[in-house]
Design a protein. Sequence first.
Length: 733
Amino acid sequence: MKTPNPPEEDLKRTLRGTLERIVFHNEENCWTVLRLKLQSRADPVTVVGTIPAPQPGTALSVTGVWVNDQRFGRQFKMESFEALLPASIDGILHYLGSGLIKGIGPRMAKRIVDKFGVDAFRILDEQSELLEQVKGISPRKLESIKKAWSEHRGIRDLIMFLQPHGISAAYAVRIFKQYGGNALDVVQENPYRLAMDVYGIGFTTADSIAMKLGFDPAGELRAEAGLLYTLRKLNDEGHVFYPLEELIHKCADDLGAETETIRQALSALQGEERVVIDDLWNEAHEPYQGVYLSRYYHYEKNIAHYLHRLLHSPKSVSFPDPEDLLKGVLSMLPQELAEEQIKAARAALFDKLLVITGGPGTGKTTVINGIIKLFEKRGAKVLLAAPTGRAAKRMAEATGREAKTIHRLLEYSPREDGFQRNENHPLACGLLVIDEASMLDTMLMCHLAKALPLGSTLVLAGDVNQLPSVGPGNVLGDIMDSGTARIVCLTEIFRQAAESEIIVNAHLINHGQVPPLSNNSSPSDFYFIRRDDPEQAADLLVELVRDHIPRKFGFDPVDDIQVLSPMHRGSAGVEELNTRLQAALNKESKRIKRGARSFCLGDKVMQIRNNYDKDVFNGDIGRVCQVNEEEKELTVRYEDKNVIYAQEELDEISMAYAVSVHKSQGSEYPAVVIPVLTEHYMLLQRNLLYTGVTRGKRLVILVGSPRAMHIAVNNNRTKRRFTWLDRRLAAGE
């Protein structure tokens, strides 16, 4: 019996043509509807499927089946595709002018095609030096185009390999930049490296690629990658190490693997010196083992070593008549110091390591100014620094002296990929003062400790009751707990500061008392507005920022007012508030899309990871000052520089009309608005609310429910961070 032919819809076919028009494209999942012009027919056909970064003019070979959609009619359902270089003049022009090749826009593309015609691609591949014959292409521009074209060819191959695995073209670019011409080989040989080496690609994505390539799900390579990734995630949560048995069971659960497989992988990583297993003990003095990523073990050990060395070296600045000097300098200060402040200033004359801690209005800056004058009277060089640019700027304004970020103080060099100041090339100073020391994480403190001159005095000033550092560790708290530093706690609120309800209420919160939530009619700098419903709270918050605060207090809604939220998700979380505030405050049409987010001219943005090449760091806030839609890049103006971001780099910045309280550390704003709602229950903590309130300089408005306020103030439980710095310091390691 003759087998009937299958219907056309069941036959897999391959179509070749030119991408004429993009009807729809979702940047998140790359789902695309496009019109493909075939040589064999006059009218273009509709093709649907997943394709990253589609560009009109691209020659495509698509494989799939014909389907009849009830709503849209006959379509070609694409299962796979291959991007081919176009052969026609129009196709080449479209392709080169699409913005895909950095440095070549539509006008430059036309000049190249007018000059070389259908040979344009061959010229780019084989005789690129001839491009200098094209108007506007200088030798410098030529080098830029050659580099971009070479990268593009490599990236195209990588995109073709990665797109079935759900990795976008933007990430393919990042992978190519990480591994260069070997990118495809690296990914094929060990896709788990992506989770370790490439920002933004997690273990789940790398694991998905590995499974599709046939890697053993029970294999040791997967277990090793899972362990390293888990330790990194725990670092992100603030831990410097993690207890061994807890780590093994956590990884086994997450990976669906046997604990013995995890133990073998951990042993292999230890043998490769990628992790360190150290013998520790708990509060009951029972022994257990902690697992570190190697670099964090050495960071912690080095902090203890170099601070111990500092403490046991004589001071390079002598004070022959300390009490007379102290009396003379204090008499020159504009205001009389309290006994606690005098105690701190006196301690700086004798001790090598001093911690000055206290809340707002307790006079930390006054003490620091006094200590600076004491050392300057003896001819000592004084250096001032803080972890962030904003904190350094505030320090400079308060002291009248230059203050730098710690990165700049230690002279970080992108070219050398390291700090130029270290034990072999220490800082030159008799006194180093670090403000906002609660923000110091383990890595930064390690490099700072390495660069300390042996004879110098180190003063760490900060508020230990604020949130701990964003990075791993609890450096200020551990130094205070170790017993190795002289500690002065400032508690007295001075008269002028006591007139501010922001400061008074911040101290009430810190002492576990809910501030008054009923606003009287008299002018104030602190307000609580009741809104129990999160949607209503978010609506009011936008109205406050856009209309009421600027009208009543004269603050600029973008530059002066900062919204702080405890959480990222939810109706009054950072993400939703940024969407609402951008729509309310910025009507600019020039924009560049990155995923579901559009960045517009004038937007307030924040850098969300350290980028040493660009000299911008996690938490830096700027404004979008230029949008180049043709080159698909934007420029952000930070306080002292402009920084250019290509489209694939835009996940390094986020909207900053609203930011998390954690991200606000080290900063002060003229006005702060904070939602405090029961939907934020998981993060309603006293130190978080206290940190948020103390960010406001002249105005703080809380919007939310009294119940949420009570929950936050009464919750003084902080999540434990696994660190061992205090014990190492105490033991003199």
